[in-house]
Design a protein around this ligand. Sequence first.
Ligand SMILES: NC(=O)c1ccc[n+]([C@@H]2O[C@H](COP(=O)([O-])OP(=O)(O)OC[C@H]3O[C@@H](n4cnc5c(N)ncnc54)[C@H](O)[C@@H]3O)[C@@H](O)[C@H]2O)c1
Length: 383
Amino acid sequence: MYRMHCETSRHYDVLLTPRVLDPDHGALAEAIGSRRALVVTDPTVDRLYGSPLITYLAQLPSVVTVHVADLSEHSKTMASVIDVCAAAQRHGLGRRDLLVAFGGGICCDVVSVAASLIRRGIPYICVPTTLVAQVDAGIALKGGVNFRGTKNYLGCFAPPHRVLLDPTLLRTVPAPELSSGLAEILKIALVLDARLFDRLRQVGSELLHSGFTSPPGAGEEVIEQSVRLMLDELSANCYEDAVLERLVDFGHTFSGRLEELSHYQLRHGEAVALDMALTCTLGVELGLLAERELMEVIGLLRELGLPTQSRLCTPDVLFEAMHSTTAHRDGALNLVVPTTIGKATFVRDPLDIPGEVVDRALARFATVTAHGLISTTGHGVPA
Ligand SMILES: NC(=O)c1ccc[n+]([C@@H]2O[C@H](COP(=O)([O-])OP(=O)(O)OC[C@H]3O[C@@H](n4cnc5c(N)ncnc54)[C@H](O)[C@@H]3O)[C@@H](O)[C@H]2O)c1
């Protein structure tokens, strides 16, 4: 009878802007403009940056309030979203007003979902304060919260209006959290950019131990390249409806299940690291990746302080994860497997990874990663 055309075309800028809370720095002020805004953060970020944040916001022409929310992987649920919505309502946010996520990936995820719901969608901006959020969670269009034991079961596609990346905020991020972010950078490097992989080998460990301050300029360089590659990949398929084959899904087939099973003791990036190590090992068993390159990957994961072994990696867990991934990807597994450093292919059919390949891969995994237990237990994860 009638065909509605509902397409929308949107874009947003992701800007590298060091010292975003410097009172003379205009990027955040300009992004907020004259709108009423609610800045959402978590208690740790508030303790570290609450004071300069409030000083900065006080000079703006608009009314801006800071809301400190209890945010963790356990509380990343609709309850946190409702808490943010309630704060926005108390603060009188209207349709043209703004939410600001000033925190890690969890803060960005929760704010994104809240912004998509308030008055059917209000603008939000992200100032990601962890490395995971700066190279992944805070720059993408997706928001998600956990629901009844399933990671990111509820969520939305809600592009931010702007993203401000300030690498100087990483100075205070604890090393295990930086390692987690380095896993996401390594993910991109492994499937898209051998030079970035080499750069991580050169500077990754120093960046990790210096809070991304040393070698000078390297932190910005690595973040910029990683973000550029990530956004290039996402932009062709923003709403994940064009194709279900996405190179950026590398490391994200087994990781969600591993996070759930560890009761979120395993950080997101740590689970991605284990997934990458597992997938590369499967790649060797499938004849897609050379063993020498698998060892390079395992070596770099360790240098970056990431786990390469966990007792959660069992055949049952792998099959369970492949099964739910296949259901999520319309019947195709689309497992992203590196074929060399910087290039990857898709294993589309789950039947291409039979039980004996998984068993052999797990046996190899146990051997090649035998010395990786230190990082896993070191991070408090069941090894
Ligand atoms: N939406 C997406 O596309 C996407 C992509 C990747 C990851 N994620 C999600 O992101 C979450 C992980 O993000 P995360 O690793 O940033 O976790 P997080 O938000 O819990 O932050 C990790 C820890 O760092 C602290 N912190 C934050 N900024 C800090 C700073 N500058 N200095 C010191 N401490 C600081 C936080 O308080 C927290 O304790 C997961 O829930 C994951 O599912 C989402």
